[in-house]
Ligand binder design. Structure first.
Ligand code: GRF
Length: 195
């Protein structure tokens, strides 16, 4: 399977996915795509000899359909089988998602269905949650919806801040996402729950 990883930032999740796609893993990283030319993940991917594409969303001035059509067109030469969103900070509408339904994953830093959207750890702390975590799910047209393919749980400690929580959850993301992709790329949608 040929995997495209979409990111907007440093790409620590992308790096974890790439590191796992070796040996008998059924997938290989074929492309790293970002909406930002300055994304750290793009530089890292180039250093690894992985193809990269940048589609800056700004010239499209809110014309989401045109932005998404450009992304779709950029994917064609790479013969992509699966898309992994990993810190990709642009909402993708049904126009892009529907043709990829069942072949597109995302990782979200909360125990979905709780805390869809942004600032998940701050919201969980404010709500007094005893635990937080991350979820890998199939991407559908509804934001942070879609079938859950994996979750990892992390206890909230009394002195936690959103930053300390995010760091602890990120460590789990780097374990969960590769495990889910390895299974999903083999055609197995059985969800994984950690620990
Ligand atoms: C992670 O918190 C992930 O849950 C969210 O965006 C962040 C990605 O970080 N989707 P990175 O760019 O993979 O380091």
């Amino acid at each position: 399977k040929r995997v495209a990883i979409f990111l907007s930032g440093g790409g620590s999740n992308m790096r974890s996915l790439v590191a796992d796609m070796t040996g008998d893993h059924p997938a290989r990283p074929a492309l790293v795509l970002s909406n930002r030319a300055d994304a750290g993940g793009i530089d890292w991917a180039k250093g690894q000899g992985i193809a990269t594409e940048v589609v800056d969303h700004r010239p499209f001035k809110g014309d989401r359909a045109a932005f998404e059509a450009e992304i779709a067109a950029r994917l064609v030469p790479y013969a992509i089988d699966l898309i992994c969103l990993a810190g990709f900070m642009r909402v993708l509408t049904a126009g892009f998602v529907v043709p990829w339904q069942g072949r597109m994953l995302n990782i979200h830093p909360s125990l979905l269905p709780k805390y869809r959207g942004l600032h998940t750890h701050a919201r969980a702390l404010a709500a007094g949650e005893a635990e937080v975590g991350c979820s890998v799910h199939e991407v559908t047209a509804e934001l942070d919806e879609g079938p859950i393919l994996g979750q990892a749980r992390v206890p909230v400690l009394s002195d936690d801040t959103p930053e300390t929580l995010a760091a602890r959850v990120l460590t789990q993301e780097h374990i969960l996402y590769p495990a889910v992709l390895r299974r999903f790329a083999a055609g197995d949608r059985t969800p994984i729950f950690l620990p």
